[in-house]
Design a protein around this ligand. Structure first.
Ligand code: NI
Length: 177
């Protein structure tokens, strides 16, 4: 287990679609997930996708529980999600501020579906099938985008709503990564 380097925007590996996982419950998959978990925790991320540490597989993890990067949002349980498929349950989208460990020091206002169903697998290959709203729905969309080679700045509708965290939110004392 190790904290891995997180690739930053500009690295072509972040723009490359990831391949599906075909073998579950393997030592290699467990090792990848352990590294992703250590890395996300060390950097206070709300989520991490395997391509962000240079592994081109459809694996994401996420968790929100008293996260200093997102102090105002409802908790999201720790989840390992492999080969995810997203199905919006509404056409309604909300704009919300997002950051990303691959875009350190910045935040942008990003539209996301407010309600969606997602399916996929956990590390053992068990089916995950959830319908979620709010920040949970936002995190899943952000992380799944990483598997398609999409970074959140590519989703910002008005680039005036993109900037440095410390400048946008000077009084909130948010971490600057
Ligand atoms: Ni991200």
């Amino acid at each position: 287990m190790a904290v891995r380097d997180v690739l930053k925007m500009g690295d072509p590996r972040l723009l490359t679609p990831a391949a599906p996982v075909t073998a579950f419950d393997t030592p290699e998959l467990r090792a990848l997930l352990a590294d992703m978990h250590d890395t996300m925790r060390a950097l206070n991320g709300a989520g991490l996708a395997a391509p962000q540490i240079g592994v081109g597989l459809q694996v994401v993890i996420f968790e929100v529980n008293g996260n200093p990067r997102y102090p105002e949002v409802e908790p999201v349980p720790f989840t390992v999600l492999i080969n995810p498929v997203l199905m919006p349950l509404t056409e309604a989208m909300d704009e919300g501020w997002e950051g990303c460990l691959s875009v350190p020091g910045m935040r942008g206002l990003v539209p996301r579906y407010t309600r969606l169903r997602y399916q996929g697998f956990d590390a053992a290959g068990r089916v995950i099938d959830r319908s979620v709203t709010g920040f949970h729905a936002r995190v899943v969309q952000h992380e799944t985008d990483h598997l398609r080679g999409i970074l959140y700045p590519m989703r910002i509708r008005d680039l005036r709503n993109f900037g440095y965290t410390e400048t946008l939110f000077p009084d909130q004392n948010l971490p600057d990564d």
